[in-house]
Design a protein around this ligand. Sequence first.
Ligand SMILES: [Zn+2]
Length: 268
Amino acid sequence: MCWKYTGDKNMIGDIVIDDISIAEGLSHKQFLEYIKKKTDEAEELGITIDEHLKELAKNLSKKSLRYKKVYIGRELQSLVDEVKAFKLHGRIGKQTVGKVNREVDRLIIESSPTRLDKLVMVSGMTYQSGNKISKTFVRPNFLKGEIGKKTDSLKYVDGSGKPSAFQLFLDKLHPTLKSRFNTHLDEFEKGINAIPKDIKRAAIAGTHGEIRALDDLLKEIDPLGKLGDKVFNDIIGYNRFLRMGANKVQPPCAHCFYLADLVTFIGL
Ligand SMILES: [Zn+2]
């Protein structure tokens, strides 16, 4: 396929892009560089440039839809037991809740009181394709010491100035999640649809269990990110708040709400 610069804001080559344009605002030279970069990416993914651009255009439209959503901070909710999770979501629901509950029990029994005090929540994520259910990945939030301090170069470092555990995690984020994360930072900077109190409560984007569990899961089921953004439609998650006796379901924060958009959360 031959790609040419049309100058039309709704077109790339002969692909018409609904209401949002990838090529908008690019000069002819930038456009050629963009196509070259996307051709290399498509080759790496083992798909045609045509398929790759269509998928990107679709994701861009979805992205704009995502940030039209309003975040409404919700109270902690009642726990869901395995029987109820099975009734609501079938085997994937039961498995996800069961795995999160076992991890919560383990953390409570095995963690030192100081560590337990710093853990806020645990999240489990599972993917289903047809009858096939993936393993459930369960992760807690990053602790303050693991996040470190932000430097002038916008990287997080630990006490000795080396990249923190959180920074290393961000550097190796799964491609689909990384794309969402970068978009989120841009949109967050511009201003999201949430009240200041909820934005403040959300703290640092990417530090919560949902994002860590999603990263583990995506690396297992779709390591190259070939499924694209639609993968989130087939993921189910369950969050347990660890404070106040660990007997509540925690709704996602204002960051995780957008980063984990399309994931179905049990009990919310
Ligand atoms: Zn969060």
